[in-house]
Design a protein around this ligand. Structure first.
Ligand code: BTN
Length: 242
């Protein structure tokens, strides 16, 4: 049986599908691969304590529970690349070319179409469980942020939310055995990385810097060559300005 999408839970309204999934994980009989999907989130969580806003019934807001057999903290970067790439492949299958803004924002025409929030529970170095939360702008045309974009804004038509979700699970399931091909994933990720090998500006501690993006390292840190010095940054440490 397929792992991702082994069970679907459809909710009308919830604070956050990631929070709901976390509560499910406290139960003993949680089905690995469960997808929690909400029509509306009252407190959708984004990265860096941001709120994820999405109009009721027009977008995909869901979380996938994964209780992996044998993953450790050192797999987290790879995992993030895999999920980000699978989202860009999903969009590609709908005729939309997207890129990844490090670490895992999905952009089309320099506007954000999807965001990913992966939360994990660890036992020492081992990953006990993961909650992969995804917000994808699908049919909404008036977005809160002018830097946002949706599939409908690009393709001028409505999309079937359930269909997209099933396609996404299918892609994850078909690639589950290859996702640990670290080298390939890293190079695929870097090839899809917004601004890679280009001069970019970024903000660090409220000041603006510039440098050339040189891909990522094994821990998923971003490498920037700034005035002949190779600098490494963790997610959340800098903001790429674009
Ligand atoms: C980001 O800031 O880019 C990450 C956004 C992640 C939003 C999704 S929506 C479904 C899931 N539940 C949440 O509360 N957040 C994630």
């Amino acid at each position: 049986m397929s792992l991702f999408g082994a069970k679907f839970i459809f909710l009308d309204s919830v604070d956050s599908t990631n929070n709901y999934a976390a509560t499910l994980l406290e139960q003993l009989d949680t089905v690995n691969g469960t997808v929690v999907l909400a029509e509306y989130q009252t407190k959708g969580k984004g990265q860096r304590n941001n709120v994820w806003q999405a109009k009721k019934g027009e977008n995909l807001t869901f979380s996938i529970i994964w209780i992996p057999d044998n993953l450790s903290v050192s797999d987290l970067a790879c995992l993030n690349w895999w999920i980000s790439l699978t989202l860009t492949r999903l969009l590609k299958s709908y005729g939309i070319n997207a890129v990844i803004k490090w670490p895992n924002d999905i952009l089309v025409n320099e506007r954000k179409i999807a965001g990913i929030l992966i939360e994990n529970r660890l036992q020492g170095e081992r990953i006990k469980s993961l909650i992969i939360g995804i917000g994808l702008n699908v049919n909404q045309i008036f977005l809160e942020s002018e830097k946002g974009i949706s599939m409908k804004m690009i393709k001028n038509k409505d999309f079937d939310l359930n269909h997209i979700l099933v396609d996404f699970c299918y892609l994850l399931n078909t690639e589950i055995n290859t996702w640990k091909d670290y080298k390939k994933l890293k190079s695929d990720y870097e090839n899809s990385l917004f601004g890679n090998q280009k001069e970019i500006t970024y903000s660090l501690n409220n000041s603006t810097h510039s440098g050339r993006v040189k891909g990522v390292n094994t821990q998923g840190q971003l490498l920037i060559l700034d005035q002949d010095q190779m600098k490494t940054f963790n997610a959340g440490e800098i903001t790429l300005l674009y």
